[in-house]
Design a protein around this ligand. Sequence first.
Ligand code: ARG
Length: 577
Amino acid sequence: MNIHALLITRFSQALSDMGITDAPVPVARSGRPEFGEYQFNGAMALAKQLKQKPRDIAEKILEHVKLDDVASKLEIAGPGFINIHLADEWLASQCQQALADTRSGIPAQNAQTIVVDYSSPNLAKEMHVGHLRTTIIGDAVVKLLEFLGHKVIRQNHMGDWGTQFGMLLAHLSDKLSANEVAETALSDLENFYREAKVRFDEEEGFADRAREYVVKLQSGDQQCAELWHLFIDVSISHSEEVYEKLNVSLTRKDIMGESAYNEDLPHVVAELKEKGIAVEDQGAQVVFIPELADKEGKPAVYIVQKSGGGYLYATTDLAAMRYRSGKLNADRTLILTDARQALHFKQTEIVGRKAGFMKPEQTYEHCPFGMMLGSDGKPFKTRSGGTVKLVELLDEAVERASKLLAERDTDLTADELKDVARKVGIGAVKYADLSKNRTTDYVFNWDTMLSFEGNTAPYLQYAYTRVQSLFRKAEVAPTALSADIVIEHAQEHALAVQLLQLEEQLSVVARDATPHVLCSYLYDLASHFMSFYEACPILKSDVPEATRNSRLALSALVAKELRLGLDLLGIETLEKM
Ligand code: ARG
């Protein structure tokens, strides 16, 4: 149920019955309960257009709008707002339907094909915190779009190509000659990279060999390709270890790394040249972008081929755009990276569109996010100033969660505790990230993210277990409940409205790739449930059976939505904690 969309339909109908077409139909949430739940705010603009008094227009709209089934009261307020008070019976029947429906009353939408480019670590090194946000936010967006019925194509645009592989392969080749096994040699990628870099900078002849390897790799030399595969393979398994710990849905078949576009790159450049978009400049192939000129009016320079003939990150992204548009038929392409790449994607879009690498109606949406900061407000680092390996961070999360849980009063067995600690620890890290508006930097703080109070994973996981324990006490399974939902109490009314606003919020997340909107919704839902639970007794002996069952049914819907929402966010729920 999308109340907002329903109201827009009804008001549009009313306006068209009045002979008014193509006017905007602004419906918003009301700021205060005494104004009802929603407000139609269009009368003021119409008044100007029709040269009538806004309140008169509002009166006329009230005569035409058909909301008898939905609203208990419509009233004109202030200069000409129409306040809409939703009817208890209608709310009850909608909740009843949502409870009975496997999709919680949220229909699948017209499917679009949506490419989501996320995670995309660089394989030369170990995954570090810089790839945490894209991986977590991307995976939530993907799950949500799929739930809404879209065809989602995950694209893990891994950095598996480029000149740094020359030095890495030369180093690996030496290790193998010394009878080392690849898995052992590459067990610590950071270390391996560092060793190779030192040799590149200091050891005589090594840099030349590294360059030779690059040439060999690019010309498709068999032996070199095998070495590269070996390297990539071990490095991918490092990422997979992280994905598994994070409970993220990416698999090998989602990998479409930079190397996959290797053969396309000369064609991309040739096409740009043919169309007169790329021109030679000091031996390089460049595109000048007047749309992004600097203060002096000098156009931005976008290099697609270096003077030595080498290709760049940008060239690969143009090839990727062409592939996603032409081969994958993506209606939308979402790319999740940190905000520092915003200019790159803006330029890529301008150049790609000029070249006709996308159809005009296909969208190219860079979804930037801010950085993860340490408590000192600086980029998140280890104590010694190194990059934080994701695997270690996640292990620490589980360890901290298990310490916290051990301090609580619990009747869980040791095995159960272990499972709870994992779900709470990992959930906390993910949720901390998901719940912040992605466009800003955020401060990573163990204590807040693991707290059982506030907008955190543990709070929501706990709220879910509260409902489960309610059903255990009632000795009935939520699915076995047969009850007529009746809404009488103000807290029941507020909870029901909240329960029916999920779809509205999901469509915002689908449009903007902003999972924090869903997090806020779930947090509000849990808070509404707690107030309802305080105000409306359920299992007390003097509560009539019909009331008890109705309240249990509302609680069951709360649990169902919490679970759905947390599932979409990639956060696991628990029966007990
Ligand atoms: N590998 C890049 C990085 O770590 C991210 C790639 C994002 N996707 C893309 N199509 N460029 O910064």
